[in-house]
Design a protein around this ligand. Structure first.
Ligand SMILES: C[S@@+](CC[C@H](N)C(=O)[O-])C[C@H]1O[C@@H](n2cnc3c(N)ncnc32)[C@H](O)[C@@H]1O
Length: 288
């Protein structure tokens, strides 16, 4: 039951405590300008707990580490959509996949071939499902290709939705009609009016919680052909972005691709010099 207590103002000290905690845990950089966002996103949680002050909530957090997951779920922004930034998927279809096919047909005779991708910061799943549709649709009438997509996020609520693969009509608007017909079925019973991703597509994706900012390596067993990390860097500062880029570089095969969001870029004049080649707006290739 929601208790309608009035939550008191967020003091500068409390804001600093929360922003330090968030920055040190998941790298999200909550500048002063984000104070209103923190108040609106966390006030609801405070009311649920029947608390009226952020100072009390911070004490509660210190005593209940499991509450951190809820803070991250509240603070992260999960805006996404199917086939967001269409030119990324068009580039795969028109250029990268045909080139990869040609290259592998010359060098490796063995089948099946495998293509490995990572949607890093996948939110509620629209990105990895768009990627899965693009890859599956491309290879559908060709010799056997295994498609493996890893989809990760720090927000466990977003991941839960991603794993169900259930979307409202409004949410699937960006899916081209042919793909919608092929890869979704109409929900029944409680899911009436919703669309559900078919299992054949879902099984290409493994979802898991992964904090990109956590030190150490990402525990990938094999190098990847591509990483989609779009509209995630905007929440990080320069230092965190630079660390992530170094780790992404190590996760990719030579010539592997990195896709960033529309407002993001790699400063190739910095410590990343010589490592990435810009192919098209926000599409980078790891230099060999
Ligand atoms: C705006 S969404 C972008 C979703 C999708 N990539 C897209 O472009 O449509 C940003 C996502 O990054 C995730 N995120 C933020 N910090 C993260 C971290 N440290 N580790 C993993 N995911 C993180 C958020 O939870 C959120 O789902």
């Amino acid at each position: 039951m929601v208790c309608l207590t009035n939550v008191q103002n967020l003091t500068n000290d409390d804001f600093n405590s929360i922003s330090c905690l968030v920055y040190n845990s998941i790298g999200v950089n909550l500048t002063e300008a984000k104070k209103a966002l923190v108040i609106s996103r966390l006030s609801r949680r405070l009311r649920q707990l029947g608390m009226d002050s952020f100072t009390g909530y911070i004490r509660y957090l210190e005593q209940n580490p499991a509450e951190l997951e809820i803070v991250f779920n509240c603070i992260t922004t999960n805006v996404t959509s199917f086939f967001r930034e269409k030119h990324h998927f068009a580039y795969l279809e028109s250029t990268y996949l045909p080139n990869l096919e040609t290259m592998l047909s010359k060098t490796e005779r063995a089948v099946p071939q495998e293509i490995r991708a990572w949607s890093a910061g996948c939110s509620t799943g629209e990105e990895p499902y768009s990627l899965a549709m693009t890859l599956h649709n491309y290879f559908r009438n060709k010799k056997k290709w295994n498609i493996k997509i890893m989809a990760t996020d720090v927000n466990t609520e977003a991941l839960r939705k991603a794993q169900t693969g259930i979307y409202a009509l409004k949410e699937v608007e960006g899916v081209p009609y042919e793909l919608l017909k092929t890869y979704f079925r109409l929900g029944t019973g409680p899911n009436n009016g919703f669309f559900k991703v078919k299992e054949s597509l879902q099984k290409l994706i493994s979802f898991r919680r992964l904090n990109l900012a956590k030190p150490g390596d990402y525990g990938l067993s094999e190098p990847l052909h591509m990483i989609f990390c779009r509209n995630v860097f905007i929440y990080f500062d320069k230092e965190t972005r630079s660390k992530l880029l170094q780790r992404f570089y190590r996760c990719l095969l030579p010539g592997g691709l990195l896709f960033l969001g529309h407002a993001e870029s790699i400063n190739t004049a910095s410590d990343q010099v010589g490592r990435w080649r810009l192919l098209e707006h926000t599409i980078y290739r790891k230099t060999d």
